[in-house]
Design a protein. Structure first.
Ligand code: SAH
Length: 279
């Protein structure tokens, strides 16, 4: 089955690249968000800003149960639990991420409020209608969107919201950019890219009503330059761990994205119809 293949590929990718991710991102495995490109925001702050963009849109409170689909090592889920008082369940298909996220929640005395389990987002071990909200930060990028969104819609209660950060295509895809997109997809085990205007019908097909779709590309594009600088700064250590070929591949991709452009970056909110409104 295609979905299984995509899922397993992403799992193997994260298992193998984990140390590199921790070195590039800390506990937030995602792009940074700069309110304005040259506003002096540090990389660490920008990573937290992106998490903040998602958490603010969820608008969760202490009585809410929130699902984090593809939770990485737990940075966003733990912050959501700490700052909103909500109960958060994070899932990842990578066992070591779940272990690290669980340890981080324990270290922050949030074990009762943020828990993590290993599960496949395409087949989640939760009953229908069991969450008030869900977040998915750069995890849908690895999944076939239709079945993944259907599965999230299934576990959300009517009136519940999904807030996600995803890749999309919005600007013209030149042949050169298509080459970069293909390389990005292969190297990072991504699923297909979809045009921004495909998202509203895609969400509706899954049983979700689009609330907001924001092309946030201009806010996140500085991230690639940061990865490039971080990788260069830690090059010896990363080369020891991954080998020269792997590092050349990643740096080549970063160069390509800087020079020709990668996918656009979408932050979207969607709501499962029915039930009381949350926002
Ligand atoms: N949302 C986190 C991590 C983003 S990286 C953060 O922002 O910090 C993408 C995450 O999606 C990783 O944790 C990866 O293991 C997870 N993932 C990818 N495909 C998945 C699948 N099919 N099921 C569960 N998790 C998946």
């Amino acid at each position: 089955m295609i979905t299984e293949t995509t899922s397993q590929k992403a799992q193997a990718y994260y298992e193998q690249a984990e140390a590199m991710y921790v070195s590039l991102y800390g506990p937030n495995f995602h792009h940074g968000y700069w309110p304005r490109p040259d506003d002096g925001t540090t990389y660490e702050q920008a990573l937290e800003n992106l998490t903040g963009q998602i958490i603010d849109r969820v608008g969760a409170g202490p009585r809410d149960r929130v699902l984090d689909v593809g939770c990485g090592i737990g940075g966003p889920a733990i912050r959501l639990a700490r700052t909103t008082g909500a109960h958060v369940v994070g899932i990842s298909n990578v066992a070591t991420q779940v272990e690290q996220a669980t340890a981080r929640a324990g270290a922050e005395n949030l074990a009762g409020q943020a828990r993590f389990e290993q599960a496949d987002a395409l087949e989640m071990p939760f009953p229908d209608d069991s969450f008030d909200a869900a977040i998915a930060i750069e995890s849908l990028i690895h999944m076939d969107r239709d079945p993944a969104l259907r599965e999230i819609a299934r576990v959300l209660r009517p009136g519940g919201v999904l807030v996600a950060a995803d890749f999309c295509l919005n600007a013209v895809v030149t042949p050169e950019r298509q080459r970069v997109l293909d390389r990005y997809r292969d190297l990072d085990s991504l699923s297909s890219f979809h045009r921004l205007d495909e998202f509203p019908p895609m969400l509706r097909r899954a049983g979700l009503e689009p609330v907001e779709l924001l092309d946030a590309s201009s806010h996140v594009e500085k991230s690639v330059k940061m990865w490039w600088e971080r990788t260069e700064a830690d090059l010896e250590n990363l080369t020891d761990q991954y080998g020269k070929q792997e590092l050349d591949d990643f740096i080549g991709l970063f160069d390509d994205v800087i020079n020709h452009g990668g996918p656009e970056y979408l932050i979207f909110t969607a709501r499962k119809p029915g039930g009381p409104s949350r926002n």
